[in-house]
Design a protein around this ligand. Structure first.
Ligand SMILES: C[C@H](O)[C@H](O)[C@@H](O)C(=O)CO
Ligand SMILES: [Mn+2]
Length: 425
């Protein structure tokens, strides 16, 4: 049997098994094709960006590892991204940070404008990659003391408000150009290493700054505003201004998107359990799918129970159209393109597994109080042949099947990434 015939044979057998449980595999694959994952640009260059100021990564963000071949220019990053997209089935998005603009001279954060992202917008159009966006509230002298939008100095606060407004306009321009809303996510590092004397004042200032940023009504067909909470960071161990409660209240009261980052909660807390609660009160959600190891370490996303639970919750709650899935990890100890491929393929695979679940049947058992059948079927599902469906999906979408993608990354590393070490920019 040829390789293609083998894959198809395995797929047909798997399809029959799923059909016996009432699952329409073809419908699941058709749905899967429509679900984008927003790849984060910052995995490709260790969150360095292209401002060229030499500012160190700070504000509690840390990248470890020194694997050779980091992208040093927008063109290198785009080339690496194209390589990554070629390994991942489906049509996916790109999540850009403001510090990744193309600046010909010194442009401070309050001066960023759509023209600095024209290269990205044109590239996205040409590649069929839609863009999401983030203001950058770190790696800047005005963020060095740990405060930005909640800063006690009104001048510094205004600088960061202006950055937020500028970024929102850039995001709106991107959304208009791509005819798909650009999700613009605000995360600020603001917080104290030690016990604050006032937990209240910085929060009041943060709310006021956010209101100023969102004062202008922009077309939701172009831009969607999201806010991201965090439990603690390095240097903000005792107090984070933008805590979960703060942003949950803010997002509900202003009807904004809440961003749930999987690494931003207590290690025993999971975001999968928050999705259905939060979506009762906010219109839409942004997820930063990440993997914290003991802390918000931003490890590459692997095929964990929690990753599967996140996708299950999205499918079981019928939330696919209300949840924007983004990734947030940065690992410089392995090949950076491989990091994207591993993390994103896992996210798509976990979504496939969720779509292959006989959800109605499980929920019927639950409604009837038949928890025995619910548990029995959930456990049987764990050993269903989803890998054969996944392989067939990869094959039909024209991307490598199984570990074949690794050979492509190794060849790319030899031909492109490792050469960077000896080449000036
Ligand atoms: C670089 C990102 O903005 C950042 O990871 C943010 O989303 C975050 O999660 C900070 O801990
Ligand atoms: Mn995040």
């Amino acid at each position: 049997m040829t390789r293609t015939a083998n894959l198809d044979h395995a797929y047909q057998l798997a399809r029959e098994r799923y059909e016996s449980l009432g699952v329409d595999v073809d419908a699941a694959l058709d749905r899967l094709k429509t679900i984008p994952i927003s790849l984060h640009c910052w995995q490709g260059d260790d969150v360095s960006g292209f401002e060229g100021t030499g500012a160190e990564l700070g504000s509690g963000l840390a990248v470890t590892g020194n694997y050779p071949g980091r992208a040093r220019t927008p063109d290198e990053l785009r080339r690496d991204l194209e390589m990554a997209y070629s390994l991942i089935p489906g049509t996916h998005r790109l999540n850009l940070h403001a510090s990744y603009g193309e600046f010909s001279g010194a442009v401070d954060r309050d001066q960023v404008s759509p023209e600095h992202f024209r290269g990205w917008i044109d590239w996205g159009k040409q590649q069929g990659v839609k863009l999401d966006f983030n203001p950058t509230y770190f790696s800047h002298p005005k963020a060095d003391d740990g405060f930005t939008l909640s800063h006690g100095d009104p001048g510094i606060r205004q600088f960061w408000i202006d950055h937020g407004i500028a970024c929102r306009n850039i995001a709106a321009e991107m959304g208009k150009a791509q005819q798909s809303p650009c999700v613009n996510n605000i995360w600020v590092p603001d917080g104290y290493k030690d016990m604050p004397a006032s937990r209240k004042l910085p929060r009041a200032r943060l709310a006021e700054s956010l209101d100023a940023i969102f004062a202008e009504t922009l077309d939701p067909a172009c831009v969607l505003d999201a806010v991201e909470c965090k439990l603690f960071g390095i240097g903000s161990e005792s107090y984070v201004v933008g805590s979960h409660e703060f942003y949950l209240g803010y997002a509900i009261s202003r009807q904004k998107l809440l961003c749930l980052d999987a690494g931003h909660f207590h290690p025993t807390e999971v975001i999968s359990d928050k999705i259905s609660s939060v979506l009762m009160y906010v219109p839409e959600l942004l997820l930063h799918v990440s993997r914290g190891v003991r802390w918000d370490s931003d490890h590459v996303v692997t095929f964990t129970d929690e990753l599967q639970a996140i996708m299950q919750e999205i499918v079981r709650g019928d939330f696919i159209d209300r949840v924007h899935i983004g990734l947030d990890f940065f690992d410089a100890s392995i090949n950076r393109v491989a990091a994207w491929a591993i993390g994103t393929r896992n996210a798509v695979k976990a979504m496939l597994v969720a779509l292959l679940e006989p959800t109605e049947r499980l929920q019927k058992f639950e409604c009837e109080g038949d928890f025995t059948s619910r548990l029995a079927l959930m456990e049987e599902l764990k050993s269903m042949p989803f890998a054969a469906v996944w392989d067939q999906y990869c094959e039909s979408m024209g991307v490598p099947v199984g570990i074949e993608w690794l050979e492509k990354v190794k060849a790319y590393e030899t031909a492109v990434q490792s050469v960077r070490e000896s080449e000036p920019v």
